[in-house]
Design a protein. Structure first.
Length: 164
């Protein structure tokens, strides 16, 4: 049987940090008319377009880690706002390719600059974006994100009463 850790669990701390980050980005994106999730799509699409890609909704979902259905919903909202265009893929009529409009490119550049400033603020306690501690932290997060998780067993007694 494993010992209960004193204080918050790593999962709880990751969850808290993710929520803190989401709220900060949501607030920072509000003047640009974006949510954090919309920012993730617009910024990812901006980066992909810069290297010549015109991703499908599925590719963008895979890239961002968001569910394909959610990406579709976000893409429709961003299209209505005039920030992206959704075009049927000529090679696969079931797939939709996404691209930023001129307005979308402008908003994406502004949003990315704002989020880069937030990154600096978030990472200042570790020494800033280019610090060794930040690189080590990023490596650790990448390791955790790359590790597959087995589906949990519902009503498993060993997981009862444990926070995320």
């Amino acid at each position: 049987m494993s010992k209960v850790l004193p204080g918050p669990t790593p999962g709880f701390l990751v969850w808290r940090l993710a929520n803190k980050w989401r709220v900060a980005v949501d607030r920072a994106m509000a003047p640009l008319g974006l949510t954090h999730a919309q920012y993730a799509l617009v910024a990812s699409l901006h980066g992909m377009q810069r290297v010549g890609e015109r991703p499908s909704q599925r590719q963008l979902a895979d890239h961002t880690g968001l569910e394909a259905l959610y990406v579709s919903k976000l893409a429709r909202a961003l299209e209505s706002a005039g920030l992206i265009e959704r075009i049927r893929n000529p090679r696969d009529p079931r797939a939709v390719q996404l691209a930023l409009t001129e307005q979308g490119q402008s908003v994406a550049r502004q949003a990315i600059a704002v989020v880069q400033e937030l990154h600096q603020q978030l990472l200042e306690p570790l020494g800033g974006r280019d610090a060794l501690r930040t690189r080590a932290f990023t490596d650790e997060l990448t390791t955790l994100l790359d590790a597959p998780l087995a589906p949990s067993v519902p009503n498993d007694e060993s997981t009862q009463g444990i926070t995320p």
